[in-house]
Design a protein around this ligand. Structure first.
Ligand SMILES: Cc1cc2nc3c(=O)[nH]c(=O)nc-3n(C[C@H](O)[C@H](O)[C@H](O)COP(=O)(O)OP(=O)(O)OC[C@H]3O[C@@H](n4cnc5c(N)ncnc54)[C@H](O)[C@@H]3O)c2cc1C
Length: 222
């Protein structure tokens, strides 16, 4: 069945569903998610679910910090558990990377992330019996832990649906549709249906066989 949406999102994994939920929360509810299989059946289903802010790139660290805020309030925000368990997260490095670790901790603290340098004794107390001789420096973030990517994606989907987002599973996109000026105006599905959209977005790039349309994947979310 042909369809129109203000925003069409290709791919119903963690990213596509997070965007659908975020848009809906901001009042953009005319959103259609197109998933070729079932929700969260791609990489999302395989995630180990490690939750941490320990990234060397500030934008990634800031996004991870926001992610932990969302995980911490998940029950209140989505009405469901997303599997987040706060266990603490330690990263340890050898001599060669000790300065970089210290610089990362400074940067992360400037972003408001709860992280500190800890010494060998503190790590030994947390993990008695660990061989720590090869490590030169450690950083510890108490809010790190693990989550469940599938549960998180399904929570995004649930809330997005409640806010009016439409989700179509078993709807594979074969190609993005382009206007004569090259702008992306929608998608053609494998079953022949056409979806038109003001803002088509590609969240399907999973390193597999989606090269057919990802090459032209203009994303222009409001
Ligand atoms: C083994 C493993 C361990 C990981 N561990 C961690 C971890 O510990 N911590 C962490 O933060 N991250 C981890 N990740 C990464 C994390 O899982 C991914 O970053 C995240 O799930 C990506 O979500 P996504 O929505 O981009 O991709 P996906 O979940 O792959 O979603 C893309 C979706 O697009 C769909 N699709 C593809 N082509 C089309 C098409 N033509 N038409 C319609 N739909 C289409 C697919 O079916 C899929 O559902 C791990 C990943 C793997 C594989």
């Amino acid at each position: 069945m042909n369809a129109h949406a203000e925003v069409a999102i290709v791919g119903g994994g963690l990213e596509g569903l997070a965007i659908a939920w975020s848009l809906a929360e901001r009042g953009v509810t005319d959103v259609l998610v197109l998933e070729r299989e079932t929700l969260c059946s791609g990489m999302t289903a395989k995630s180990s679910g490690v939750v941490r802010c320990h990234y060397g790139v500030p934008s990634l660290a800031a996004m991870a910090r926001y992610g932990i805020e969302v995980f911490s309030r998940a029950e209140e925000m989505f009405g469901t558990d997303v599997g987040y368990r706060r266990t603490g997260y330690v990263v340890g490095v050898g001599d060669a990377n000790a300065d970089a670790l210290r610089a990362n901790v400074v940067m992360q603290r400037q972003l408001g992330i709860d992280v500190e340098l800890i010494n060998h004794d503190m790590v030994a107390e947390m993990w008695p019996g660990m061989a720590l001789e090869d490590f030169a420096a450690f950083a510890y973030e108490p809010d790190g832990g693990y989550g469940d990517a599938y549960m998180t994606g399904m929570a995004f989907a649930k809330r997005a649906r409640e806010l009016g987002v439409r989700i179509r599973q078993k709807n594979e996109v074969r190609a993005l549709r382009q206007a004569s000026d090259g702008s992306v105006v929608g998608a053609t599905l494998t079953n022949g249906d056409v979806v038109s959209a003001e803002y088509p977005g590609d969240c399907a790039e999973d390193g597999e066989d989606d090269g057919d349309f990802c090459g032209g994947g203009a994303v222009g979310f409001p």
